[in-house]
Design a protein around this ligand. Structure first.
Ligand code: GLP
Length: 243
């Protein structure tokens, strides 16, 4: 695991965008695993700028997103479909038929989970997986538990995740209680993993994930077993790491 200290959120975002940019330049047909949340926003902004300048071309790339809330249609402004459109897809030239996000409205969530894993397999797996990290060290919506969920699965969000995501909804009652999340198999089989974290509220989760025991109680700790993980974090997020 390579840990890179960024000066601040913007520096973290530019460094991470550089890595994604290099991936696309080296392999234009890359499969990018994409994430939502505040952490990757600056990365998307930077990638859009480089795309607009003509330095980046996503026309051959494929994207697979980590997760989606259950019960929110793609048109709902709080859905991760909408988040990705607003913050990235509407501004770059990824081909719509190569953009994949779990369908939170699927009438049969179990079938949707199987379909999603099939899509990832048919793409040949993920070349570069971008991750944020939750306060409880969740990645995607892989919440702490007794075991690591291997496959894409439906998950009941924890109170801590609901509380953290209330800021996007206004009231806690409006945050969906369930989501569909990519499982640990697809995430850890990604050829490269890039995790970004910013702010003191991520310090505990980051330290436990990078330096604590590998345990499903700290979902991101599984990344310690991966051979190509880059963590880019600012000083506040790294403040509890023994570096
Ligand atoms: C959500 C997403 C995660 C994300 C996490 C942290 O729960 N499902 O993929 O990493 O939030 O979000 P933020 O970057 O806004 O702190």
């Amino acid at each position: 695991m390579k840990i890179i200290r960024a000066k601040d959120y913007n520096d973290m975002s530019r460094k991470a965008a550089n890595i994604i940019s290099a991936q696309i330049i080296l392999k234009p047909e890359s499969v990018l695993g994409l994430a939502t949340g505040s952490s990757p926003l600056g990365i998307y902004r930077q990638l859009i700028q480089w795309y607009e300048k003509g330095d980046l071309d996503f026309s051959e790339a494929t994207s697979v997103n980590l997760d989606e809330y259950c019960g929110l249609p793609a048109e709902n402004g709080q859905s991760y479909h909408a988040f990705m459109r607003q913050n990235f897809f509407d501004h770059v030239n990824l081909a719509p038929h190569r953009i994949h996000i779990p369908d939170g409205m699927a009438p049969d969530p179990a079938a949707e989970c199987l379909r999603y894993d099939r899509i990832i397999a048919e793409c040949g797996g993920i070349d570069l997986q971008l991750l944020g990290i939750g306060h409880n060290a969740h990645i995607g919506f892989n919440e702490p538990g007794d075991f690591f969920s291997k496959h894409t699965h439906q998950v009941a969000l924890t109170e801590s995740t609901i509380a953290a995501n209330t800021r996007f909804f206004g009231r806690p009652e409006e945050v969906p209680r369930q989501a569909i999340s990519m499982g640990m198999q697809a995430i850890t089989q990604a050829r490269k993993i890039l995790l970004v974290a910013s702010g003191a509220d991520k310090a505990e989760a980051l330290s436990a994930s990078c330096f604590g025991p590998v345990t499903p109680r700290v979902p991101a700790s599984i990344l310690q077993l991966h051979q190509d993980v880059t963590v880019i974090a600012d000083g506040e997020a790294l403040s509890k790491c023994p570096l």
